[in-house]
Design a protein around this ligand. Sequence first.
Ligand code: 4NP
Length: 155
Amino acid sequence: MPIKIVMVCLGNICRSPLAEGLLASKLPEDKFIVESAGTGSWHIGKHPDERSIATAKKNGLDISKQKGKHFTSNLFEEFDYIYVMDASNYANVTSLAKTEIHKEKVKLILDELFPGDNVDVPDPFYGLQNGFDMVFKMLDEATDLLSKRLIEKHS
Ligand code: 4NP
C-alpha cells in the first residue's frame, strides 16, 4: 500500500499545489501518493492559479494538470500525513478531526525546517510575483527535508 500525503491550504490554488508538485517530484511514485486540498470550497475542480503554474514551470515543474479538491473529514482516514501551510489551515483542519489519532496526522509544513517555531507559509494570493517565488523557495526547502525523512522512515 502506498503512503498517502495531502498538502492543505485555504484555496488549493496557490500554495498547496506547489507543495504537492514539489513533494511528488522528490518521492518514488510506486511508494508514495501526494495530493492537495483546500479548506475552502471555492476552487473545486479548478486548475491552480496561473501564477503558481508559472512559478512551478520556471523551476521545471508542471502543476498545470492538478485539480482543486475540498478538504473534508473523510481525508483523515484516506491520508497518512496531512501538511498544512499556516496556523489558520491548522485550526480549520483540526476542527474536523474526530479522534486524537486524526489530529496528530496534521502538521505545519514549515515545522520540517523550523521545528516547534510555528512558522506559516504566507498566502501569496493578493500579493505580487515575488510572494510566489518566496513560497516556492520555502516549500522547496521544506520538501527536501520531508522527502528524505519519509523515504528513510518507509524504506
Ligand atoms: P491558497 O491561496 O490558500 O494558497 O490557495 C488562496 C487562494 C484563493 C483564495 C484564498 C487563498 N480565495 O479567497 O479565493
